[in-house]
Write a protein that binds this ligand. Sequence first.
Ligand SMILES: CSC[C@H]1O[C@H](OP(=O)(O)O)[C@H](O)[C@@H]1O
Length: 345
Amino acid sequence: MKSIEWLGNILRILDQTKLPRETAYRDAKSYEEVAEAIEKMEVRGAPAIGAAVAYGYVLGALEYNGPRQGLTDFMETVQGRLAQTRPTAVNLFWALRRMEDRLRDCWEIEDLDGVRKALIEEADRIAEDDRRMNRLIGELGNEVVPEKGNILTHCNAGALATVEYGTALSVIRTAYSSGKSIHVYADETRPLLQGARLTALELMNDKIPVTLIADNMAGSLMQQGKVDLVIVGADRIAANGDTANKIGTYSLAVLAQAHEVPFYVAAPTSTIDLKVATGQEIPIEERPAKEMKECFGVPMAPEDVNVYNPAFDVTPAKYITGIITEKGIVTAPYSVNLLKLMVRS
Ligand SMILES: CSC[C@H]1O[C@H](OP(=O)(O)O)[C@H](O)[C@@H]1O
């Protein structure tokens, strides 16, 4: 299953809100449609959002029908719309910056189609970079996976959260295909159930042994000694290693430390944001109350009850055993080692 597919002038988006019961697609023909798909979480997951935004930017350039000199101003409108969709995943802004830089480098190209071609090539590079980084994350991350054991993961950091392979699930896939005897506990991940709906689906499709659990069961499994490793994804990693990820990740990290279970974050370097010193600076998205009060249309709470619905939380670096990236596995002191990693070619 591919989260997105570029069809030359259309971005085909697998509508993840309908999985696993229905495989449906949105064929986005405009940057506004891509923005809506991101806001509605039809496409979600930090790296997948980054690639979707890159192609949304291309669709904006294809929509523009004015004189060449007006393109830059128009693309600022496109950039603004895409940038306001979701605030936490830094990959969104990393991809937008790459597209803006590419547009700026096209200043000598007078032909609009020439500029569009250059932007499409940049978006394709962003997508290919993600595929490459995720493969490497799997290969390098395999080092931390035991020959035999139970791995717990949270939310969906799989192929559906990226362009291909996944991040945390890339490590799991690589370990399994290397012959390791692993089994996965997948947190269902309330309220939108990315674990139940997406991670369980991906792992079953790959015939990787998986058991679905409610989020509140993780502690008990660790207390029984049934979890050997926790691997999660990330939406933004601060310069000191503090990591924003799906709500519930922080609780898992504290539980893992209390039970001496290794806790790893798997993420491409496009998720590392050295411009934020600590996790306190990471903007945390608040999602609509409806997502808490309903489960896909079925009321789960009184209609007018107050709701707190942050989409992410921040895990302090002290709870993180290591961060698995395509350039290597980083451990504490993160402020030093993340900087070294990012300057490494
Ligand atoms: C490969 S990182 C995926 C990351 O994104 C998810 O958030 P959302 O489903 O809201 O986009 C979750 O935090 C995952 O770990």
